[in-house]
Design a protein around this ligand. Structure first.
Ligand SMILES: [Zn+2]
Length: 304
């Protein structure tokens, strides 16, 4: 057997049909979480987010394309199910890509799919992800890197796609960014929320974010999963397959503690021309970084 090629990605099996792929050595230190969901009866793999494009300083890494990893890489799943076979050997199954939002660490790997596969994005704020605005809103311009080109198909709130069964539902969840999109996989009771929230790393709002909208979105996600005990949440960083209700509840509770003044500012700094603040929960499970303006605005609306 030829020696295995080292990849910028690692796969973890979450269920028979769903894998978490982590990009572990990216130069941006974002370590984004990518998910793939097999829909065998549709002959399709749904790729949820595409990572940072495999850019790494680790010279031993040979596979830097997410698509190449899926088609040729050893998934090295760290469990009994791994037979060393690529997840989609020979590209047998087609792809559909869903982008939870347009930040660079979720879209830089899209180009290898966009040439022959549909790319879905939120239809909530089309101008936010327009060709003119994408370099700025993806943060690619700030980083001085080229913005990937793709032509997203915009999905409506509670929309479905042709490549997946009817109980896979897309939800507009503006807050982190206007184009934030969640995906509810009812048959597996799994909720994908992108960067709306996660644990053990700061929840970050860029200046285009809104805590007011975030609270409404999280509220609607809580209502969505409430009837499904055992529902799991899968986030864009650090948190995968954790109890959805519990994580949503506690993240919301932390943000309320910020708005009510129970949490105090731990740090102040400037970012992209705005005064930003950091809050950190004791124990560090939840923390928040955002422009102070977003906290003020949310306090004004929520009577705090
Ligand atoms: Zn983001």
């Amino acid at each position: 057997m030829p020696p295995l090629k080292r990849a910028a990605f690692k796969a973890t099996r979450l269920s028979e049909t769903t894998y978490l792929i982590t990009e572990h050595s990216d130069i941006y230190e974002e370590h984004p979480f990518i998910y793939i969901r097999f829909f065998h009866s549709f002959n399709t793999i749904l790729v949820i987010d595409t990572g940072c494009g495999g850019v790494t300083e680790d010279e031993e890494i040979e596979i830097t394309s997410l698509r190449e990893f899926i088609e040729k890489g050893n998934p090295d799943t760290d469990d009994d199910h791994g037979d060393g076979k690529p997840l989609n050997e020979g590209g047998r199954l087609a792809y559909a890509v869903a982008l939870t939002h347009c930040h660079y660490d979720h879209i830089l790997g899209v180009k290898d799919f966009a040439r022959d596969s549909p790319v879905y994005a939120s239809g909530y704020a089309p101008e936010f992800i327009s060709r003119e605005n994408l370099p700025n809103h993806s943060l690619c311009r700030d980083l001085g890197i080229p913005t990937p080109r793709y032509n997203p198909t915009l999905v409506r709130h509670e929309g479905r796609i042709h490549e997946a069964p009817h109980n896979l539902v897309f939800l507009h969840t503006p807050g982190h960014t206007p184009d934030e999109l969640a995906i509810w996989d009812e048959s597996e009771r799994r909720l994908f929320v992108g960067d709306t929230l996660y644990e053990w790393a700061p929840i970050i709002f860029p200046k285009e974010g809104s805590i007011i909208q975030w609270l409404q979105s999280v509220e609607s996600l809580i209502r969505l999963v409430q009837p499904y005990p055992g529902a799991k949440i899968c986030c864009g960083h650090t948190t995968a397959d954790q109890p959805a209700m519990e994580v949503l509840h506690n993240a919301r509770g932390f943000i309320w503690d910020v708005l009510s003044g129970k949490e105090v500012v731990r740090k102040r700094f400037e970012k992209r021309g705005e005064a930003c603040v950091q809050f950190v929960q004791d124990g560090m499970r939840f923390s928040l970084i955002c422009p102070e303006r977003l906290v003020r605005d949310a306090r004004a609306v929520n009577g705090k």
